[in-house]
Design a protein around this ligand. Structure first.
Ligand code: GLU
Length: 550
């Protein structure tokens, strides 16, 4: 009976019953096969690649099963909270195209299972905390930090495990209801602890969605449910939330695996079914031949801003994340190059349980393939938007003629074997900078094999005979005759047969022209480049190189 009394003492203002919340948040009306997943980031200021890849797994599992994916902001640790971090998370998910159905959003909240910010759910947590007290499963603990530290030293000296459990759980065993009442009357601060029913000798088993069957020792710690300020711990808050929000699958980082026994016990104490927990593994990277954990602090590629500032297309990042999320994704993609990623049947059991290797070269390869599939105007819009945000000065130059940019991006991309050398914004700009006078630089030198006098002669003759309206065949025939007229073979094979008869071959001639026009010896189709550059720029570039050579 004194449990009822204690519950009233601790939670005088709580009027709702657990059954009220059960009625307010009923089972979702979804097909039995539909999954409900959530992303529960803490707004501590840094959303990283690990969050994003978890979010993609959540999103895929929910949406491919016609379920629900929601965003819950887990802001119970106000000390670590960073202003604007929740907004940054929402914006990042939006940018990378990971859609959620419910939760905290830019304009507030949407969905029937909110509030979706833990800081707005205090009454709900208190209602269930009160219920645990009423049933003798939770109690107030008045031990101070100093007392707990003192106890930890004693435990160390005795070789016992640290923590609040068994005979060490003083407030569990020694406080009478009168003691509690008088301490409360004196406003002595307290935390609310769970009265763990666990036994150190017993193990329990459960099936993790990624790791399969796990056997773990039962929890025996009387963990904190509510801190001194009444704010719940992650352990308690997420259990209440995942139940009331009707989560079916809880995908989260492996750092939570060790507290799984606590969570399972809390679910049992509240007579609820836990979600299928899916503990992902850490992202690793190869460095000097050794695998190591990617670090939020030391590896710039962990920050999502890294990909955004360099201008990786969100579709490329999603595509790459899929290859590390599901081991059979690449095989599927090879067989289905044209299908949207959403057609792939994503499963938790194809997720790695032993560390996923993050490889930037692989991301770049995936990005090349992804960009090769995007149409020219989509790529153009993306590049303009990206440059507008990260390179405003260059964006102005690009935006002056979007049609030109679209043509540049479309070069050699529509054949059977499209070119696949575009990777990310920054790299693309470097790749195409010769189309813009503002950025034109002489990157490569003229081929050593062509004498200076020949360089000049070639360019002078080429400029004299240049006609913008020549079709590709006429244009190339002219280059061939120009080559011959200057002592170069019109065909490489002629040169190979009789190298002594020629100064070089037609390829050397076009390299000289390339250097003058683009400042580089390799480029996509020269004729097409001139068509895009236009007569004026083409002639101007030839002329100024001739001036330099004279
Ligand atoms: N707030 C937790 C974190 O940021 C979320 C863990 C979970 O998804 O359950 O790690």
């Amino acid at each position: 009976m004194h449990h009822e009394h204690l519950a009233d003492l601790l939670f005088p203002d709580i009027t709702k019953l657990p059954s009220d919340y059960e009625a307010l948040y009923p089972e979702r009306r979804l097909a039995p096969t539909a999954l409900v997943t959530r992303l529960g980031p803490s707004p501590t200021g840094f959303i990283h690649l690990g969050n994003l890849y978890g979010a993609l797994a959540d999103e895929r599992l929910a949406h491919q099963s016609d379920g629900v994916f929601f965003l819950r902001i887990e802001d119970t640790d106000s000390k670590r909270e960073v202003a604007g971090a929740a907004e940054a998370i929402i914006e990042a998910l939006n940018y990378f195209g990971i859609q959620f159905d419910e939760g905290v959003c830019q304009t507030g909240e949407r969905g029937d299972y909110g509030p979706y910010r833990q800081s707005d759910r205090t009454d709900i947590y208190h209602c269930f905390a009160r219920d645990l007290v009423r049933r003798g499963l939770a109690y107030p603990c008045f031990c101070s930090e100093a007392e707990l530290a003192n106890q930890r030293s004693k435990q160390e000296a005795a070789g016992d495990n640290p923590g609040y459990y068994g005979e060490w759980a003083l407030c569990r065993t020694t406080l009478s209801i009168d003691d509690i009442e008088s301490r409360l009357a004196k406003r002595q601060p307290y935390v609310l602890r769970f009265r763990s029913p666990g036994s150190a000798e017993k193990n329990f088993t459960l099936t993790d969605g990624i790791r399969g069957e796990l056997s773990m020792p039962e929890n025996i710690q009387d963990i904190v449910l509510l801190k001194q300020n009444g704010v719940p711990t992650y352990h308690f808050a997420h259990v209440v939330d995942d139940h009331l929000m009707r989560t079916t699958h809880g995908i989260r980082g492996e750092e939570w695996l060790s507290s799984l026994p606590i969570h399972i016990q809390l679910f049992q104490a509240l007579s609820w079914q836990p979600p299928v927990y899916c503990h992902t593994t850490v992202l690793m990277k190869m460095e000097d031949g050794v695998r190591r954990k990617l670090s939020k602090r030391n590896d710039p590629e962990m920050a999502l801003s890294y990909y955004r500032s360099l201008g990786y297309h969100p579709a490329a990042v999603r595509e790459y994340l899929m290859t590390i999320l599901n081991s059979n994704y690449e095989e599927w993609r090879l067989a289905n190059p044209e299908l949207p990623l959403t057609d792939f049947a994503f499963t938790t059991d194809k997720m790695s349980s032993s560390g996923m290797l993050f490889d930037i070269d692989k991301l770049n390869d995936v990005s090349k393939e992804t960009l090769a599939r995007l149409n020219d105007s989509v790529l153009c819009d993306f590049l303009l938007e990206w440059a507008g945000q990260w390179q405003p000065e260059r964006a102005n130059i690009l935006a002056a003629d979007p049609a030109k940019l679209t043509r540049i991006l479309g070069m050699d991309r529509h054949s059977e074997k499209p070119r696949k050398d575009l990777i990310y914004g920054e790299q693309i700009l470097e790749h195409i900078d010769y189309f813009y006078d503002e950025w034109f630089v002489q990157r490569d030198a003229f081929p050593e094999t062509v004498q200076e006098t020949d360089r000049l002669a070639i360019l002078e003759a080429y400029l004299a005979g240049y006609d913008q309206t020549d079709d590709r065949t006429t244009w190339f025939d002219k280059i061939r005759s120009l080559a011959e007229a200057n002592g170069f073979a019109a065909r490489p094979k002629d040169y190979k047969k009789n190298p002594d008869q020629y100064k070089g071959h037609v390829g050397d001639v076009s390299t000289v022209i390339r250097i003058a026009l683009m400042g580089r010896s390799n480029s996509p189709d020269l004729w097409e480049i001139q068509q895009i550059m236009g007569e004026d720029m083409t002639k101007r570039r030839l002329y100024s190189t001739i001036q330099l050579l004279r």
